[in-house]
Write a protein that binds this ligand. Structure first.
Ligand code: PTJ
Length: 245
């Protein structure tokens, strides 16, 4: 870890960089993950590094969709494993949903290292991709899935995704909940619910929301009233207002 003093005005952001760098050093995060993180940082700056109302609306819809799912699955890549392992595990416990490793960049042994890392942090079930189950409409390494996990899922939580798999999952009739700081990304546009926020802020809030609604009655209404297109428009308007000064 770098020796950034807590008094540094960008302490939190620099701490997150440390987590991603440590992920790369431990062989969990792909080196490409550093670039993806930098892109995320730029968008986070544009939303003032705060959870905005459009993200809260998406979190509410996401919580209902995940709670109402018959077979929800949480997809984990190298960046989210490094940034939010505890909250991925908490989400899995709240939803009684498995975590499933699914990575884009193929590096020998990285899937196993992510699995070990999550198990070490307390996960009870971490599914691995298999060659026997494959997604349609996609050619990358992301097509390999677990037959009892993503293949069977009706709702898949896929934070920090690249667009191809999101499109494939939607074509296969699955609902996709994503977290993506870029409201213009293909994933953001194709997902059923897009939380435009940093995953380190969004995941704790999503877990909190699920705890609240699971004691009340969860209804379909919030999902039917939700418009992902409108939420993305709000995010873009927010960003443009900031750019215009
Ligand atoms: O571990 P792998 O091989 O599966 O690779 C994971 C990455 C993230 C490298 C891979 O999925 C990738 O290349 O993703 P992209 O296409 O760069 O897209 C990542 C998206 O996540 C971009 O739109 C970023 O703006 C966004 N993003 C980056 N960091 C964060 C984020 N969104 C939310 N929270 C973040 N911390």
């Amino acid at each position: 870890m770098s020796d950034v003093p807590k008094s540094h005005p960008r302490y939190l952001s620099l701490t997150l960089r440390d987590r991603i760098v440590s992920g790369v050093e431990q062989g969990i995060t792909s080196i490409h993950g550093l670039i993806a993180h930098g892109r995320g940082e730029a968008f986070d700056y544009l939303i003032e590094e705060k959870t905005q109302p459009f993200a809260l609306a998406a979190i509410r819809a996401a919580a209902s969709m995940l709670c109402l799912a018959e077979h929800p699955v949480i997809s984990v890549n190298g960046n989210v494993a490094a940034l939010v392992p505890e909250h991925l595990i908490e989400l899995g416990q709240l939803l009684k949903a498995p975590l499933e490793i699914n990575i884009f960049h193929t590096e020998a042994g990285r899937e196993r290292k992510i699995q070990d890392y999550l198990l070490k942090h307390g996960a009870s079930e971490v599914l691995m991709p298999t060659t026997e189950a494959q997604l349609s409409y996609i050619d990358s390494n992301r097509r390999f899935v677990h037959p009892d996990g993503i293949l069977k899922a009706d709702v898949v939580f896929v934070p920090l995704e690249d667009g191809d798999r999101c499109e494939a999952l939607r074509k296969m009739g699955k609902e996709v909940v994503t977290v993506d700081l870029n409201p213009m990304s293909r994933t953001a546009k194709q997902a059923s619910v897009t939380i435009v926020d940093n995953v380190v802020r969004a995941l704790p809030l999503l877990c909190k929301e699920i705890k609240v609604i699971s004691v009340d009655s969860v209804t379909q209404t919030i999902i039917t009233q939700y418009s992902n297109e409108a939420v993305l428009q709000e995010a873009l308007q927010h960003i443009s207002r900031g750019v215009d000064g």
